[in-house]
Design a protein around this ligand. Structure first.
Ligand code: FUB
Ligand code: ZN
Length: 636
């Protein structure tokens, strides 16, 4: 469906190939290790078999309220993978899982393993906590991905029946429940279902859930009273936890559970774009600024507190206790990607890139079988990835993001092609407002050659059947302070529009653009109000934030000081961590002598000694011997 307020349209996954040395190996690992590993986990923990609906009261391991969402995210990830890398074995598994989910559907369309067999009497009685609509949303996303990858309508039709059931259950009409999900997700999923089917009821239902959120009298109060619960005794204390403390258009600070907030904002951006709703879009812009200008880590992670997995106050960004859930950073990418299509502003792509290369990629081990749920920016050495979690939202979330990465790299406008992410490979796009002399519209193929993120040189070759006039818009990343652009070997004039170098011309086949983004090592400091980082620097190069891990360093990394004048060098080490640029330099470390029996002593009795150090990209930490790690270093 065309979206009235969207300037851009992301390219379809199947129109993008990723063939670089950074992401392509990660995608291969995702296909070959992560997907089979996660399938096994879903099987062994009972998540898959829960959908057989054979569990009986009194038996162990009852299906949990959000198990269905883990299976759904796995299926979505596997479907994206199939779309770009056909694999008959995976296709069979995917179809089996789709059939299994479909088999759990009830005659009235309802589809939830927990509330069908464990607590059937409690269906739709606790929207605030029970995750029914959240699971429904993930199932819808899976169904759309499965349909797009395989052409099979089996699961899509089942989820349409479920969406119809939900539409009959919720809404403003008398006799329907006036509720909305405690954990947002279905809002964005209904928009996907709307785009896949063209059924306007799904768009209306998504908008209803968004509009109804936080209205008075408060649905969660009423619902709790109907269950004979005291709403004032809720553990989370405030409806800020689930962004239901006031109607969304009145919210001006991003609050509460970070994943919920990001999914809600993604759905709001979708509905705003689809319905040309300026007040909703204004709320998205305000909440975007709140999240990224005052509450985001340098790694692109969000949600700093473990209690409630939530956002806290502005500039409160502790490093060692950072919750920074992998799913929350993924949610930020979803939100950023939607805002990017609406505004065509590189500020959104910058944040997307920051999260992708740092706080999200850290979420999975290099071998693809271990995951971080929390992504702290400092560790004493006890924080490690795990093979799975009781609450396993993050592993399949990162799998679906990695498998669908291509769709984040480019967008098409009616007469322009945008490159957001620099990843070697290729893309094809049709530009509907670019007629070609022989009739029809221009199909543009773009080939991207680059060693990004290790260097900032990007070569783009344009493929067109006939000369075509359109704009090529290349993101100049926010981290880049100097760039050059050449066309067919000569410097080319260009405008920078909202962070994109815009080259307008009639393109001929094989035209070649060379973009060079200066990528020196940068010392980054945080806003002065981030008390935790006062007097500290982080190292970054291009999109990557660096950290010091103990196994690379003789001096204790948590007490290492980085003098402002220390010379820093970057070099590619092809043997380390699959090949990576490391940053090295001379720091200072406190001498260990004279401390026996003392916790404090006069400063002038303590000395510093030179200590060489090495830093690696943050996303690669905890892939070798365990030990302390830090992103921020005191400045000397
Ligand atoms: O509640 C379902 C998922 O578990 C959330 O998205 C995560 O933050 C975790 O709470
Ligand atoms: Zn998670």
């Amino acid at each position: 469906m065309p979206s009235p307020s969207r300037r851009l349209r992301p390219l379809e996954l199947t129109n993008v190939t990723i063939a670089d040395a950074f992401w392509a190996p990660r995608q291969r690992t995702n296909r070959e290790a992560t997907l089979p590993h996660e399938y096994r986990q879903c099987k062994e923990t009972g998540r898959l078999d829960a959908l057989r609906l054979t569990w009986k009261p009194g038996q162990p391991n009852p299906p949990h309220i959000f198990w269905d969402s883990d299976v759904a995210k796995w299926l979505e990830a596997a479907s994206y993978s199939l779309a770009t890398h056909p694999d008959p074995e995976l296709r069979k598994l995917v179809d089996d899982v789709a059939a299994l989910i479909t088999s759990a559907q009830q005659p009235d369309g309802y589809l939830n393993s927990h509330f069908t067999i464990v607590e059937p009497q409690k269906r739709w009685t606790n929207l605030r906590d029970a995750h029914e609509l959240y699971c429904a949303g993930h199932l819808m996303e899976a169904a759309v991905a499965h349909f797009q990858a395989t052409g099979s309508r089996l699961l899509l039709d089942a989820l349409c029946r479920y969406a119809d059931h939900i539409d009959r259950t919720f809404g403003p009409e008398p006799g329907k429940k006036q509720g909305y999900p405690g954990h947002e997700e279905i809002e964005l999923a209904l928009i996907k279902l709307y785009h896949a089917t063209g059924n306007e009821r799904y768009l209306r239902l998504s908008k209803y859930f968004i509009d109804q959120r936080g209205q008075q009298p408060h649905y969660y109060d009423q619902e709790a009273l109907a269950r004979s619960d005291d709403p004032t005794k809720w553990w989370a204390r405030s409806y800020e936890y689930c962004q239901a403390h006031k109607p969304v258009r009145q919210q001006d600070e991003v609050v509460g559970h970070a994943v919920r907030a990001m999914y809600l904002l993604s759905g709001m951006a979708d509905v705003a774009a689809q319905t040309a709703d300026d007040t909703l879009l204004a709320a998205c812009r305000r909440l975007w600024a709140s999240a990224t200008e005052r509450k985001m880590y340098v790694t692109g992670s969000v949600g700093s507190a473990g209690w409630g997995e939530r956002f806290t106050s502005d500039y409160n960004l502790p490093n060692e206790t950072a919750y920074a859930e992998t799913c929350a950073a993924i949610g930020l990418v979803f939100f950023a990607h939607r805002m990017l299509q609406i505004e065509a502003d590189a500020v959104y792509a910058d944040a997307m890139e920051r999260a992708l290369y740092n706080g999200i990629l850290s979420g999975v081990s290099l071998d693809g079988t271990k995951f971080f749920y929390e992504n702290p920016l400092a560790s004493e050495g006890k924080h490690h990835r795990q093979e799975w979690f009781g609450c396993a939202c993050c592993p399949p979330n990162i799998a679906r993001l990695l498998a669908s990465l291509g769709t984040y790299a480019y967008s098409a406008a009616p007469d322009a092609l945008y490159v957001h992410l620099y990843i070697a490979g290729s893309a094809t796009a049709s530009l509907p407002k670019v007629p070609i002399p022989s009739g029809g519209y221009s199909e543009v193929a773009l080939t991207q050659e680059t060693g990004y993120p290790w260097n900032g040189d990007v070569k783009l070759t344009v493929g067109v059947q006939q000369p075509s006039k359109f704009d090529l818009c290349l993101r100049i990343p926010g981290w880049c302070r100097k760039h050059t652009l050449r066309l067919n070997g000569k410097a080319v004039g260009h405008r920078i529009v909202k962070g994109y170098a815009r080259v307008s011309r009639t393109w001929a086949n094989s035209d070649r653009v060379e973009l060079s983004l200066a990528m020196p090592i940068e010392r980054v400091v945080a806003h002065p109000r981030v008390a935790e980082d006062a007097g500290k620097v982080a190292l970054a190069r291009g999109p990557l934030v660096y950290c010091l891990e103990q196994c690379d360093n003789a001096a204790p990394v948590r007490s290492l000081i980085l003098p402002d004048k220390a010379r820093l060098t970057a070099r590619f080490d092809n043997k380390l961590l699959g090949g990576t640029v490391v940053i090295e330099g001379a720091g200072l470390a406190p001498t260990q002598a004279g401390w026996k029996g003392k916790l404090y002593r006069p400063a002038d009795e303590s000395a510093l000694r030179p200590a060489r150090f090495r830093a690696i990209p943050y996303c690669l930490w905890d892939n070798r011997s365990p030990g302390p790690m830090t992103v921020w270093l005191p400045r000397g």
